[in-house]
Design a binder for this molecule. Structure first.
Ligand code: NAD
Length: 397
């Protein structure tokens, strides 16, 4: 298949590009390298020494004989360059990772809120408008988040995107309907993902665009089969207070003897997936597109749920790290249960990498190996969801 990967330089996009290239798909990466510029802005960098795009592509070509093409386009702003790329390349599918993806970054200031809204929503809308204008039948695979659902349920499993409801009509009759699961975003970043869902629903209904939306859990781990082949192909590993996701932060903290910092009570339950499973899931989604006219296909792309304090205890037991409870900068429930359906990927044969399989290896192979590159000043999260969170944090410090 011919595939365009928007955001193919990022944490999920780069290993996906290699995984699909290794499987024989023809890949064009489009990325504006904004994530690397955000590193400059935050004066933080990946724990792992990621290489420039040119070197990544050349190394892959030398080692495998396979070609990756690359275009530097801001898909949220340079509509005509995106449209031209689509018309000339004529992809069978576009995989869309090209969004600002950190909730704390999206909450730093009004500038960051506005940037996240404008970047993410325009990127998604430009892609769909360009596909309609190009008049091509292209399958869009988008990376959404489990956060679109919010995190509390009444004890039921969160379904894969759609919810069956019974509505009472004026005459008292009950009618069954399937609706999008009610959106409940917890940050401006999550808000953009809930808007993406509506944009997809509309273009699917109006223009019959075939769309798969992957509601992904928090990704942990760093390397995949393909990024491991050579040091120049290494994937990024974020540990800083804005971009570091919770489990990767614990792993790095354990590796350098820094206490594992738990926000609030640690009673928040979240969904997780290993990066190796991320790339496998995307390949499954790519190779099983919805039919023309079928509604947006939604998968929950996660494999395990864990309470944050339980995760910290597992990492502490593997590494003798200490645990520190700190005020929560986020406006979220202290404690929640989370039950999630993920039957679709399992029915396609996904055999998940479990935390029990991969955690220790990740501490030793990545976090310990590159610990000298860590800047501990970048570990604390200094983005506050609102004034109240900021005040509580100051009072307790
Ligand atoms: P990332 O920031 O590492 O990668 C995103 C890539 O997109 C970057 O290379 C960036 O330069 C590029 N990009 C951003 N805006 C762009 C634009 N306007 N034009 C062109 N390129 C642009 O993020 P990631 O962790 O790889 O996440 C990829 C997708 O997966 C995101 O949409 C994110 O919301 C979703 N996701 C990630 C996680 C996770 O834990 N990492 C969890 C759930 C969902």
């Amino acid at each position: 298949m011919k595939v365009i990967i928007l955001g193919g330089d990022g944490f999920c996009g780069w290993p996906t590009s290699l995984h699909l290239s290794a499987a024989g798909h023809e890949i064009l990466i489009i990325d504006n390298l904004s994530r690397r510029n955000i590193d400059n802005e935050l004066e933080a960098s990946s724990l792992t020494p990621i290489r420039p795009m040119g070197e990544r592509i050349e190394t892959w070509h030398k080692l495998t004989g396979r070609e990756l093409r690359f275009l530097n386009i801001d898909v949220s702003r340079h509509y005509h360059r995106l449209l031209t790329a689509i018309i000339q390349y004529k992809p069978d599918a576009v995989i869309h990772f090209a969004e600002q993806r950190a909730a704390p970054y999206s909450m730093k200031s009004s500038w960051h809120k506005r940037y996240t809204i404008s970047n993410n929503i325009n990127a998604t809308h430009n892609l769909l408008a360009a596909i309609v204008e190009a008049n091509l039948d292209i399958h869009v695979v988008h990376l959404g988040t489990m956060g679109v659902y919010g995190y509390g349920t009444v004890g039921m499993k969160i379904p894969e995107g759609y919810l069956n409801v019974k509505l009472e009509a004026e005459n008292g009759n009950l009618y069954e309907q399937e609706i999008l699961y009610p959106a409940n975003p917890g940050s401006v970043y999550h808000l953009t993902k809930t808007q993406d869902q509506l944009i997809f629903g509309y273009y699917n209904k109006n223009d019959q665009i075939r769309i798969t939306d992957l509601h992904q859990g928090i990704v942990w781990g760093t390397q995949t089969e393909e990024t491991r082949i050579h040091e120049s192909l290494i994937n990024r590993f974020d540990y800083d207070g804005d971009y570091g996701t919770v489990l990767n932060r614990f792993l790095m903290q354990a590796a350098i003897g820094y206490p594992l910092t738990i926000h609030g009570t640690g009673g928040q339950t979240r969904a997780f997936i290993n990066i190796q499973d991320t790339v496998r899931c995307i390949k499954i989604a790519l190779e099983n597109p919805p039919m023309l006219g079928e509604r947006v296909k939604i998968y929950n792309q996660m494999t395990e749920t864990h309470r944050i304090r339980d995760l910290a205890n597992v990492v502490a037991s593997l590494s003798n790290a200490k645990i520190q409870y700190i005020p929560n900068p986020r406006n979220e429930d202290d404690e929640n249960n989370l039950y999630v359906k993920n039957d679709q990927f399992l029915s396609h044969g996904l055999k998940p990498v479990t935390l029990a399989d991969g955690l220790l290896e990740e501490i030793v192979d990545i976090a310990k190996r590159y610990s000298s590159r860590c800047n501990i000043d970048k570990i604390p999260c200094v983005s506050y969801w609102n004034k109240e969170c900021q005040k509580n944090s100051k009072l307790q410090n």
